[in-house]
Design a binder for this molecule. Structure first.
Ligand code: 0X9
Ligand code: ZN
Length: 379
């Protein structure tokens, strides 16, 4: 898949939604009302053109990478090893409130680590932040990492001190360390984990492998074809990366979950598997309200607009993280798609000078989330 293209409709008979239903094995990057950005092969693009869609070839992947992917940028993002080392240092600096926990091991044997931050009281409400289910979404490691760092460094100041007394914050910034390492050293645009599939292809999409409504869809954005970018895996929780999160969420009492991804600047809430809204009006109202609050808090920092919407409005998926945390446990759960907003701004290759502003604008939304849910966890 070596060409990045913009797909638009050629008329009312050709709705863009049909492209998302055509089993072509394309990699969908961006979904906007008037266009899609996809990565595909010449043959896949020809097929879409023959179906009557307008295809504008934007760039080949090599060129995109040579424009945006600078060697020095890599050093400013964490690797799996440097992340583990820095989380360890945070825990060592404040053993009274912070602890690094290995919650599982990836297919290739890398530790999947979380920082637990809070006084050791037991029985308190907890919030979970995750990052980097998808390998190429490097900014999705940095935002939760910077959150963990700030919570540890400001542990004695209000409001953090209060949160760490009345609750706990858990942060797992890199759920998919094998994929991230592969993206860092081999294929920058790698998305999935590094499972060797039965057909010889590699990778299961960790954000399709959770056990709520797992596998009920068979569409390009949630696929049963092993070589596809959104391969759901052979069964729910077949992957050690999702097992780690399953076991953690099964043990701890989380009152809220945020999982960071990129890109597009969106705040997504369940459901992803259906266009129906969540049936519980209280929960639905609360999640919509919280998403709206997050939008204004984010916008208030650097003016960036993150659009709130139900996940399935972006595209349908079954087995994603937040459908499972909400569907199984009733936990208010959000997927935040970070910067940038568009492919033209770099897509998955976010320049490292944007790491800090992206964290700065997400800080008040994360803080508000903690504040609200530690005070009044939803029953
Ligand atoms: O496809 C995903 O897993 C997420 N987007 S990403 O570009 N980061 O890969 C979105 C997941 C949200 N769920 C649904 N859209 N149903
Ligand atoms: Zn993602």
């Amino acid at each position: 898949m070596n060409i990045i293209a913009r797909v638009t409709s050629s008329g009312p008979q050709k709705p863009l939604g049909d492209v998302l239903r055509a089993p072509l094995g394309i990699d969908v990057w961006e979904v906007k009302p008037d266009h899609l950005i996809i990565r595909g092969t010449e043959a896949q693009l020809d097929r879409l053109a023959s179906m009557g869609y307008r295809i504008e070839q934007l760039e080949d992947v090599e060129r995109h990478l040579s424009t945006f992917d600078r060697a020095e940028a890599t050093e400013q993002y964490h690797s799996a090893a440097s992340l583990e080392e820095e989380l360890r240092q945070l825990a060592e600096a404040r053993p009274d409130i912070a602890e690094m926990i290995e919650i599982g091991r990836s297919i290739e044997g890398r530790p999947i680590v979380a920082l637990r931050i809070g006084d050791r009281r037991g029985g308190v409400p907890k919030i979970l932040f995750m990052g980097c289910h998808h390998a190429r979404e490097w900014i999705a490691v940095e935002v939760p990492f910077l959150l963990a760092k700030e919570l540890v460094e400001r542990a004695d100041e209000a409001p953090v001190a209060g949160w760490l007394t009345s609750g706990e914050v858990w942060v797992a910034p890199m759920v998919n360390p094998d994929g991230h390492e592969h993206s860092r050293t081999q294929e920058r645009l790698w998305r999935k984990n590094r499972r060797r599939n039965h057909d010889g292809s590699f990778g299961v999409d960790p954000n399709r492998n959770y056990g709520y409504m797992w596998g009920i869809l068979d569409v390009p954005t949630s696929s049963h074809v092993p070589s596809d970018e959104t391969y759901v895996g052979p069964r729910a929780f077949s992957e050690p990366e999702t097992q780690a999160i399953r076991d953690l969420v099964g043990c701890e009492r989380f009152a809220g979950v945020i999982t960071y991804h990129s890109y597009s600047q969106l705040i997504l809430y369940p459901w992803g598997y259906t266009e129906k809204p969540v049936p519980d009006a209280l929960h639905r109202g609360q999640m919509i309200e919280m998403a709206g609050q997050m939008q204004s808090l984010i916008q208030g920092v650097h003016g960036k607009v993150y659009v709130p919407q139900q996940s399935s409005e972006l595209y349908p998926t079954a087995g994603d993280t937040t459908d499972w945390t909400y569907g199984t446990y009733g936990i208010p759960s959000f997927t935040i798609e970070l910067r940038p907003r568009t492919f033209q701004e770099g897509g998955f290759i976010l320049p490292p000078d944007q790491i800090l502003p992206t964290w700065e604008e997400n800080r008040p939304a994360a803080f508000q989330f903690i504040e609200q849910l530690l005070a009044a966890p939803v029953a």
